[in-house]
Each structure stands twice: as structure tokens, then as C-alpha cells.
Design a protein around this ligand. Structure first.
Ligand code: 3PG
Length: 379
């Protein structure tokens, strides 16, 4: 069986520094390897752009995977070709074979039909568990699927689609969305699609300053996407029209710069010209945690401050804790937000930690993802 996973994980000093995506694929890999003679695991790592780059090898991932599955995992020297075929058909080789980085071949990102067919020739059954890559129409997520009669979604892929579809089409109410992070530009589609669906929208992080500016509130040196100020005003107007409460921070943890020696200062309403907002303030924390506490379903994407710096991490941490206090179904999306949940020690109590970055955002924008469409087959 061929299993497409998303093991595009961060590496530090040649080692995997964050294993969430690998762990999330284990239920599928365990099930497949219990059933199939050979489990062929395929992923990309980074963006090597069709070149064989040592630093993009899946070797560090093989080590972790082998440990987590408690079984030997063979790293194939490539992902297609005679040598790989020979390994796949050799009964003396381990049952789990991890193909080398798919993106060492241009054919992967180009969705080249010959490359797709070469991958497909390695197995009789196709399983896609790479939800994090479902927004890419690549050979391993889209092109190769048509070569299989037997195909389907893995447990992780299905869980992601189930949670996110439920949020968009049949949520528990009140449904509250909490959006943070750095850029409005990354979240426009999501905001547009979510405003008509949610019962409340809370905006924090650097994202909030563009919105505050749109409301005519002075934000000092805070990060603002000037180009997007009119769009933020439009989104505020959309929420007003639909009578959806849109909450912005009412106070801020500010500093003269990220590095400065001086302690942070709490500022209410407008931020002085020489200061920048780096976290939501204590009053906002109370408001946001109360709103989260009333919700039956919460989506959280994007940290609410510069949480990687201790003195600006309080708001993010407080909201992470609030998410797990009630019985709400909680969905966390985005690498930084998952990391924040991990920091706050609440990971285990979140209903669903999405493994998708771009894929989750595009799903929440209401787009049909190519990886999802390929499994459903031609219309
Ligand atoms: C991700 O990490 O978002 C996915 O693995 C997709 O990676 P890409 O943005 O390089 O296509």
C-alpha cells in the first residue's frame, strides 16, 4: 500500500525538532502496516525544487518514524526507479519503506503524468493521509490517484476534513473564532468565509493593529499592513451588517521595541507613537477568555502576541488555557498556534490540533482542496 503523508517537519541541526505531524500519521501507518505486506510511505520535506539536497533528505524523519512505530523503517535511496522497485518487491527488506523526498523530482510539483505513474506503479492501494499538503495539486496528492481502483483517506486526513467541515457547515453554537498571527493578508479569505458563519470573532496578535487602525485608533509603532487597512474596514463593516460581534483588543502589552531592556507597559485604547503592541492586555484577556468560555465550538488560529518572548506570551497562554476549561469542541490550526498550545501544556485537552498550515486555511476559506477532490474522483 502507498501512503502519502505530510512529514514536512521542521529540522534543527539535522534533527526533527517538532514531531506532531509524524505522530498524527501513526494510526494510519499502524493500521496499514498491520494489513499490508509492504507499507510505502511517501512525503516531501522543504522545497528542494527538483534537486537532491542533503539537507532535505528524509533520513532524520526515518529515525523518528522507526522509533515511534517500533519497527525498522528502510529509507529508499529515491522515490521512483528500478532500485526502489526492487526494494519494494524484496521480501527480505523491512515491511515499512520510506521513500526519499518526493520533491527531489520536479515531476512531483509539476504533477507530471509520467512521474505520477512511476509512483503509482509501486503499489496497488493508495491512501492519502497528508492533509497538510491537500492544497497542492501535485503528483503524489492528485496526479497518481487516478491510477488506483482502491484508494481512500487515512485516519488523520478524514479527521481533519470531518472537524473542519463540521465547523463550516454544522457547528455547535455559539461558534467563536479567535484569529491572531502577523498578517491580515494571510487571513482575508478565512475572515470573509467565517464572518457569516460565526457567533463571535475575536481578533488579536499583530493582525489586530491593522483592524484598530481601520477604526481610527492610534497604534503607535505596532505592525500594520497599510495596504490592508481599507480591507480591514470592509470586514468590520461586514461583521456589523451581519450583527456578528467582532472584538478587538481594548488594551495592550507594549514596549518601545521587541528587544528593549525596559519592562513592558500596559496601555489602554490608543498606543503612544513611540511604543508597539506585542501582546493583548489584561482587560482583553478577561474579555476574550469570557467569550471563549461561552462557546460550544472554538476555532483558534494565530498567536495573540509575540508568544515566543516570555514577557509577551501571557495573552496567548491565558487564552490557550481558557480553551480547555469548558466542554467546547476546540480546534487549533497553524504551526505557531499548535506550538503555543504545547507551550501552555494544553495540547492533550484540545479536541483537534490541525496538522495543516496553508491547507487548513484554504479549507476554511471554503475552497475545494485538490487532494480532497482527487480522492472523490472525477465529477
Ligand atoms: C505545509 O507545511 O504547509 C505543507 O507541507 C505544504 O508545504 P509547501 O507549502 O512547501 O507546499
Amino acid at each position: 500500500m502507498f501512503v502519502r503523508v505530510d512529514f514536512n517537519v521542521p529540522l534543527r541541526d539535522g534533527k526533527v525538532s517538532e514531531t506532531h505531524r509524524i505522530e498524527a500519521a501513526l494510526p494510519t501507518l499502524r493500521r496499514v502496516s498491520a494489513q499490508a505486506k509492504k507499507t510505502i510511505v511517501a512525503s516531501h520535506l522543504g522545497r528542494p525544487g527538483g534537486k537532491r539536497l542533503t539537507e532535505s533528505s528524509l533520513a532524520p524523519v526515518r529515525d523518528i518514524l522507526s522509533r515511534l512505530l517500533a519497527t525498522p523503517v528502510l529509507l529508499a535511496p529515491d522515490c521512483i526507479g528500478v532500485e526502489v522497485e526492487a526494494l519494494v518487491h524484496d521480501p527480505r527488506q523491512p515491511g515499512v519503506i520510506l521513500l526519499e523526498n518526493l520533491r527531489f523530482h520536479r515531476g512531483e510539483e509539476d504533477n507530471d503524468p509520467d512521474f505520477a505513474q512511476a509512483l503509482a506503479s509501486l503499489a496497488e492501494v493508495y491512501v492519502n493521509d497528508a492533509f497538510g499538503t491537500a492544497h497542492r495539486a501535485h503528483a503524489s496528492t492528485a496526479g497518481m490517484v487516478k491510477f488506483f481502483r482502491e484508494k481512500g483517506a487515512g485516519f488523520l486526513f478524514k479527521k481533519e476534513v470531518d472537524y473542519l467541515s463540521r465547523l463550516l457547515s454544522a457547528p455547535e453554537r455559539p461558534l467563536v473564532a479567535l484569529l491572531g498571527g502577523a498578517k491580515v493578508s494571510d487571513k482575508i479569505g478565512v475572515l470573509r468565509n467565517l464572518i457569516p458563519k460565526v457567533d463571535g470573532l475575536l481578533i488579536g496578535g499583530a493582525l489586530a493593529y491593522t483592524f484598530l487602525k481601520a477604526k481610527g485608533i492610534s497604534v503607535g509603532k505596532s505592525l500594520v499592513e497599510e495596504d490592508h487597512v481599507p480591507l480591514a474596514a470592509e470586514l468590520i463593516a461586514q461583521a456589523e451588517r451581519l450583527e456578528v460581534p467582532l472584538l478587538l483588543p481594548v488594551d495592550h502589552v507594549t514596549a518601545q521595541g521587541v528587544q528593549g531592556d525596559q519592562g513592558p507597559v500596559i496601555v489602554e485604547d490608543s498606543i503612544p507613537l513611540d511604543r508597539m503592541g506585542l501582546d493583548i492586555g489584561p482587560k482583553t484577556v478577561i474579555q476574550f477568555t469570557q467569550e471563549v468560555g461561552k462557546a460550544k465550538m472554538v476555532l483558534w488560529n494565530g498567536p495573540l502576541g509575540m508568544f515566543e518572548v516570555e514577557r509577551f506570551s501571557h495573552g496567548t497562554r491565558a487564552v490557550a488555557l481558557a480553551l480547555t476549561r469548558g466542554n467546547a469542541i476546540s480546534i487549533i490550526a497553524g504551526g505557531d498556534t499548535v506550538a503555543a498550545a504545547h507551550e501552555a501544556g494544553v495540547e492533550e485537552r484540545i479536541s483537534h490540533l490541525s496538522t495543516g498550515g496553508g491547507a487548513t486555511l484554504e479549507f476554511l476559506e471554503g475552497k475545494k482542496l485538490p487532494g480532497v477532490a482527487a480522492l472523490e474522483g472525477p465529477d
